[in-house]
Design a binder for this molecule. Structure first.
Ligand SMILES: [Zn+2]
Length: 324
């Protein structure tokens, strides 16, 4: 690696469940460059890093809490190791945590001479963003993510009507009247040149961490659920209905009785899905490992665990043998 050419850095932000990892996988699949991917998950299990499909570069996980709140610790070490190491890549893309402020991560690229900030992208779920912006508990965090981004990508735009799409657009514009907004469709990738190089070359745009910066470690709480066992699909559906609304996000890998493949579990705002873990992910090693993020008033772990324990298959021993 030559010292002469700074490496372009793109930061991807967006609230819990917006579709950051899906977008990142599509970006990597497009294969336009060899990427080093850094993924920050707020939870102690870095689920998103395991969901990044194999690509012609390198993936590193940042699991020491919210990176934007603790830039000094693991993040700089990981970044330094990457820049000094043998991994070959042309660009760096950093996925901020769902509660993180992507700009605070991007500022590193502004002050580090080996890096050049290419752009800050915020992904917003077209169906939820208007509601999230106004949400009493998380609205501040959501609005703050838009504050200095270059592009907003409205994900899942093909799932709504033109009127709903416009409402989402207006909601984003109410926070950032000047921001560029693009729609993200399932089948087509936006023109990547729109996403990159939108920054001016000035290296003096860093303005420090604002005094009113949110403390994500204080405002949100993480919760991990691990079990050697399998869920029963019906019992799981019933258990999820009992989870408190303070639990904003739950995701990870699990096993479902009767399913041969490990499953990827995703839940956002009470909507949940299971999908077989693809061969290209490293997911599925354990039996059940889920990572949750909630507001600070999330009920105690034991209470949440009791709910999900109610979803375990009763005849676990019978469910397990040699399915793999
Ligand atoms: Zn943070």
């Amino acid at each position: 690696m030559t010292a002469a050419a700074p490496i372009p850095v793109t930061v991807i932000g967006g609230f819990l469940g917006a579709g950051k990892t899906t977008f990142l996988n599509r970006l990597l699949a497009a294969g336009t460059a060899r990427y080093a991917v850094l993924v920050n998950d707020f939870g102690e299990i870095n689920v998103d890093a395991t969901l990044i499909e194999r690509h012609d570069g390198t993936t590193l996980s940042l699991s020491n809490g919210c990176v934007c709140c603790s830039i000094g610790s693991g993040f700089l070490e990981t970044l330094g190791g990457l820049l000094d190491g043998d991994a070959r890549f042309e660009r760096i893309v950093i996925e901020a945590s769902g509660i993180g402020d992507p700009w605070r991560i991007a500022e590193i690229a502004l002050v580090e001479p080996a890096l050049r900030l290419d752009g800050v992208i915020v992904i917003a779920d077209v169906r939820r963003i208007a509601q999230l912006i106004d949400d009493r508990r998380v609205g501040d965090t959501v609005r703050n993510q838009f504050a200095k981004c270059d592009v907003v990508l409205l994900s899942k735009s093909d799932l709504v009507t033109a009127a709903e799409l416009d409402a989402a657009r207006q909601a984003v514009l109410s926070v950032r009247p000047d921001v560029r907004i693009e729609t993200l469709l399932r089948e087509t990738m936006p023109d990547l040149s729109l996403l990159a190089g939108s920054r001016t070359s000035s290296r003096f745009r860093a303005d420090g961490v604002a005094d009113d910066a949110l403390d994500h470690e204080e405002n949100f709480r993480r919760w991990a659920y691990r079990r050697d066992g399998t869920f029963d699909r019906g019992r799981l559906a019933a258990a999820i209905k009992k989870l408190p609304q303070e639990l904003l996000r739950l995701k990870g890998t699990c096993r479902i009785r009767g399913e041969a493949a490990p499953q990827i579990f995703q839940m956002v705002a009470g909507n949940w899905s299971l999908s077989p873990a693809g061969r290209d992910t490293s997911a599925g090693a354990g039996s059940i490992a889920l990572m949750g993020v909630g507001t600070h008033d999330l009920p105690p772990d034991a209470e949440l665990e009791a709910i999900l324990d109610g979803a375990l298959a009763l005849d676990d021993a019978l469910a397990h043998p040699a399915l793999i």
